[in-house]
Design a protein around this ligand. Sequence first.
Ligand code: ACO
Length: 330
Amino acid sequence: MQLPRKVSIIGTGSYVPERVLTNHDLEKMVDTTDEWIYARTGMRERHIAAENEAASDLGAAAAVKALEDAGVSAEEIDLIIVATLSPDMFFPSTACFVQEKIGAKNAFCYDLGAACSGFLYALDAAKNQIAAGAVETALVIGSEKMSTFVDWEDRSTCILFGDGAGAAVLKAGGEGRGIMQSVMGSDGGLADLLMTPGGGSRTPISHEMIEQKQQYLTMQGREVFKHAVTRMAEAVVQALEKNEISADDINCFIPHQANIRIIDAIAKRLGVADRMYTNVEKYANTSSAALAIALDEAVKDGTITKGDLVVLTVFGGGFTWGANVLEWGK
Ligand code: ACO
């Protein structure tokens, strides 16, 4: 039997749209304050895509940077996976639009839906396809235009989200252990706590559905908060056990960037507050893009360097969650 191959991330990139929406801007749109938003979420501002920018535009911009960082041409990519809950359209996949934009004509492409957990799920899927020998080089993207799917009149949700994209190039081989074993889980029984109820085959687009604002994201914030802390903390512990690594040996923890209080609570449970990476202040919650953007920034600002052990953890609608460990080999 052929043994699985080692797989490494050889390049990362990210892109956020030009327009910045601050908490002070939000004060003029809904009944809120900068103080309330910052105290409850740790967010100061978020980026909002232009009308003519869709998820594939953001994703392609991040992908071009990741390819450049990896020193890989678009033609060398065998597989593109885009994690998104705000695709350009139901079909074709956003991944196919990205392929066309970057000229990755030799790739096969698909989207992956795991809400905010999507980038970690996609990383795991691409890694396993490379490890099994099915493909050599993969491009994994998390890309979101969340601004399309939030109700800008609902202060309890619209303050939380932003637009952006992050990408990683994966290849067989590399130094160190590369991408290790993931732990992932889902609980469809809690789907109704975080969802976009309308617009699909359950509740198709209709005048009534639009009047009821079912095309927008709905959330039970407190419940989501509790589950996010518990599931991410558990997943990190399980991923460390599975890969036989101690938390003390980890150089950097990158959690899903949903809320600074969620991140602080996980850090406290795990006793790793000194090594938690966060950029939620600048971008708010960019769903499946958040982990990808944070990973790219942590590498580019020197937080992660060669030989470092890094833990990634995510939580999102579904519910879905997971964690993984990487040894950075670049
Ligand atoms: N500005 C001012 N007041 C507000 C705002 C706002 N933007 N939003 C809600 N409030 C009010 C509420 O109306 C409520 O008022 P009341 O006490 O008079 O009824 C009060 O503030 C408290 O509201 P809560 O919802 O209980 O506030 P909480 O402390 O739970 O914070 C928050 C809300 C920030 C949404 C929090 O629950 C949270 O972050 N949950 C996690 C949700 C999340 O991250 N979801 C993202 C998607 S999933 C994921 O990515 C993990």
